[in-house]
Write a protein that binds this ligand. Sequence first.
Ligand SMILES: Nc1ncnc2c1ncn2[C@@H]1O[C@H](COP(=O)(O)OP(=O)(O)OP(=O)(O)O)[C@@H](O)[C@H]1O
Ligand SMILES: O=P(O)(O)OC[C@H]1O[C@H](OP(=O)(O)OP(=O)(O)O)[C@H](O)[C@@H]1O
Ligand SMILES: O=C(O)c1cccnc1
Ligand SMILES: [Mg+2]
Length: 618
Amino acid sequence: MPCSASSARLLPVCRLQLSPPPARLRSPPPFPSASAASLSRPLPSPAANPRRTREESRMAATSAPQANGNGSAAGVGAPTNPMATALLTDQYQFSMAYAYWKAGKHADRAVFDLYFRKNPFGGEFTVFAGLEECIKFIANFKFTEHDISFLQSVMPMCEGAFFDYLREVDCSDVEVYSIHEGSVVFPKVPLMRVEGPVAVVQLLETPFVNLINYASLVTTNAARHRHVAGKSKVLLEFGLRRAQGPDGAISASKYCFMGGFDATSNVLAGNLFGIPLRGTHSHAFVSSYMSLDEIPDKALRSKDGSRVCQDFVSLVQEWLQKIQVADSLGGVFGYTNQSELAAFASYALAFPSNFLALVDTYDVMRSGIPNFCAVALALHDLGYKASGIRLDSGDLAYLSIEARKVFCAVEKEFNVPGFAKMVITASNDLNEETIDALNKQGHEVDAFGIGTYLVTCYSQAALGCVFKLVEINSKPRIKLSEDVAKVSIPCKKRCFRLYGKEGYPLVDIMIRESESSPKAGERILCRHPFIESKRAYVVPQHVEELLQCYWPGRSDKPRAELPSLDKIRNRCMQQLEKLRPDHIRRLNPTPYKVSVSAKLYDFIHCLWLNEAPVGELQ
Ligand SMILES: Nc1ncnc2c1ncn2[C@@H]1O[C@H](COP(=O)(O)OP(=O)(O)OP(=O)(O)O)[C@@H](O)[C@H]1O
Ligand SMILES: O=P(O)(O)OC[C@H]1O[C@H](OP(=O)(O)OP(=O)(O)O)[C@H](O)[C@@H]1O
Ligand SMILES: O=C(O)c1cccnc1
Ligand SMILES: [Mg+2]
């Protein structure tokens, strides 16, 4: 607890014994939960400063300068991060491009699959994100003269004509087929299939994997936090200060919103993507005040404008006295910290319609809560409705329950309808586990502010997406490994999600491009790609083709539109709701089935035998 020279005056003194102080993190006494209405309260309108709607943000991005005509023609705009340019790749991609070129192989038609091998966070689902940024990346893919000079300087061994070739390279002959962004996805199924001249697609490997990896990881993390918190809670992303640099922070804000968060504290993300902005205030604001004398203008006009209270601070003090002597509050509130009261009163004068106080700077129950109630009741006299409190330390279950008890008592004692439903926001190193623990203990938190664990994906550092060659010049290719999980699934494939009678997805199936699609009502054999004994007949009620054309290159396929962030978020929410609950539960979730057709199964194993040299025992 912070302490100043004048601590004797500042420290709250407890007159009567409060309910026993909690042993750290012990289970609290039970208390009825807040009504549904308090939990489903709509988000207050976003920050008052001019901000773009999500649609305007998209339009602005769409009109961003284009590096080449192709991107412009596609009208998809520039990547969010201006560092996402053609040089943002690993050096070995250029080495390979040169070797392909030297061998006259650079224009060979290659097909690569982008997929991951294992769901993150010990779960059995992943949310796919980052597609829009990949499409923006290829729409703008072009080497500038500056890039070419740099490449010449670092690859002096390469023939000059190679750089003339690079000057002409763009993604106009590349095709990208992708699962819709925001979809729930599973290991081994291609999230994207990228086709094109092998040298060019090879250059795309690193940036594509980079743009998908963290995006999908953090979206999944956000979706997991949403799942554990439940639909009715407000989730605020507070990670900017803790994220891995500005790009990590901006990406986190965008993708946490996609994964089900309601708002962010990150102002630039609000501006770029139209994500609702939310925020409270910090401890510094509270501790910057020393006394009530620091408030020069104490006047506050009533909400309806009909009258002016000349001394709002005195009104607050009157209310504090009433709280201190109120019988129904059990006379538990003694002397509160007056510098905290000054900070709250001052904040209320600045934001009378959105008053929210951080109540844990000195002592939550002995000072923060009564001071908050005094200011909130004074605001109520003038027709305003306070928003609530934020708890940022201590036992959040216990404190939220105790705070709610006080709000209920105040509502009754002073006949202030709605006071009991004051929003309680909690923050402080929250994550899936702590929210789960709070749920198990019982709590009265309405909104969670989550930073570090969410945006750094603390419990898993990377998703581990890979980009593997599956076909070249129409010849299927395979990558073998001692570890079966790492053997790639060859061939240009089409992928389908088969839904069962109850509307849940049953299994994803990959088939060779030449095979006919699975059809609703028709029985199909689904085989585990590598384990012979694992197979099942499925009669789907509904069949969904997963890979859609998002970048047609020179083909005449229609291009799927990139949806708005809101639409992607809705897709994510809906897909998670459609998934069988045992696939998303936290403890021992059931793996979702991923399969191949009988033909593809046979082909994989035939190619495997062909490519694997037969060992010889001596
Ligand atoms: N009832 C609870 N059950 C489980 N975990 C909780 C509960 N209440 C709080 N926590 C978590 O316990 C941890 C408390 O951390 P710590 O002891 O460092 O913080 P504090 O002392 O309360 O706050 P600070 O150090 O910021 O003053 C946080 O991660 C918080 O989210
Ligand atoms: O805890 P996180 O999930 O990362 O959420 C963000 C945190 O950032 C702020 O305080 P900060 O951590 O900067 O200071 P504090 O811990 O001393 O409050 C805020 O009060 C949260 O506690
Ligand atoms: O607005 C807040 O309360 C906030 C924002 C960022 C980090 N911690 C808290
Ligand atoms: Mg902290």
